[in-house]
Design a protein around this ligand. Structure first.
Ligand code: ADP
Ligand code: MG
Length: 233
């Protein structure tokens, strides 16, 4: 089985805070991984490190069994780690065309990706008319334009209403069913239970559990996730 990403004792300190504390786990092709932990547990920092936007303090990570440099590997990664940000007065299609120009990829996949996120019918509407859920779905379409091996999402349903949450989750499941590996960060146990096959539970940057989602008991999740404590030295 191909290893897409491997973390080995990854560590990040912000001053005296150990945001990520000797974190190790592997991501295998074809699975859906959740990084689950309460706010401040180090999820976004972990994603930032592997995406080269945050510098690690120590430890290591490698993409695709170390066969590719991080720079090359990231061309095979689709990631949404910020609020969706597109041009408000341009349509969805026009915004994706711009993304294709910037990434120097063809326009071929635009319609297919808009269909995948249920926005094809609204492709000619201006971005500013979109709901938050639609904006998030457009961001997913944008991240899929180069057919990534892995899609990385940071709290993809934050701020959405129940209908929007349901839509995003089912789209993520469809993307996974089509063979794309997924890594998503969430503070919601039920999100991980509904969407993911595997989970890495972290608190204060420390791994508490990793394994198959169907093997964590709900009591474990409730007890561990409701407990918060300081991750200072
Ligand atoms: P999560 O995404 O799980 O909510 P974060 O990775 O954002 O957690 O944060 C982990 C810890 O690192 C928190 O204590 C947070 O305050 C701290 N932190 C994150 N980014 C910075 C930063 N740029 N400077 C200082 N501290 C930070
Ligand atoms: Mg976060």
């Amino acid at each position: 089985m191909e290893t897409i990403l491997s973390l080995n004792k990854l560590h990040k300190k912000f001053g005296s805070i150990h945001a990520v504390n000797d974190l190790s786990f592997d991501i295998q092709k074809g699975n859906v991984y959740g990084i689950l932990g309460p706010n401040g547990s180090g999820k976004s920092t972990t994603l930032g490190i592997i995406l080269n936007v945050v510098n690690k303090s120590s430890g290591s990570f490698s993409w695709f069994d170390g066969k590719l440099s991080t720079h090359e590997a990231l061309k095979k990664v689709g990631a949404i780690i910020e609020r969706p940000n597109f041009y408000p007065y341009m349509t969805a299609t026009q915004n994706l065309e711009l993304v294709c120009r910037i990434k120097e990829i063809s326009f071929d996949k635009i319609d297919e990706k808009l269909k995948e996120v249920n926005l094809y019918e609204r492709r000619n509407s201006k971005f500013k008319t979109y709901s938050l859920g639609m904006k998030q779905r457009l961001a997913i379409a944008s991240a899929l334009l180069n057919n990534p091996e892995i899609l990385i999402l940071d709290e993809p349903t934050n701020g959405l209403d129940p209908q929007g949450i349901h839509e995003i989750r089912s789209i993520i499941k469809n993307i996974a069913a089509n063979g794309t590996t997924i890594l998503l960060a969430s503070h919601l146990l039920d999100e991980v239970e509904k969407v993911c096959t595997h989970v890495v539970v972290i608190r204060n940057g420390i791994k508490l559990y990793s394994g198959r989602v169907d093997e964590i008991t709900s009591s474990f999740g409730v007890i561990e996730l409701s407990t918060t404590s300081s991750n200072k030295e």
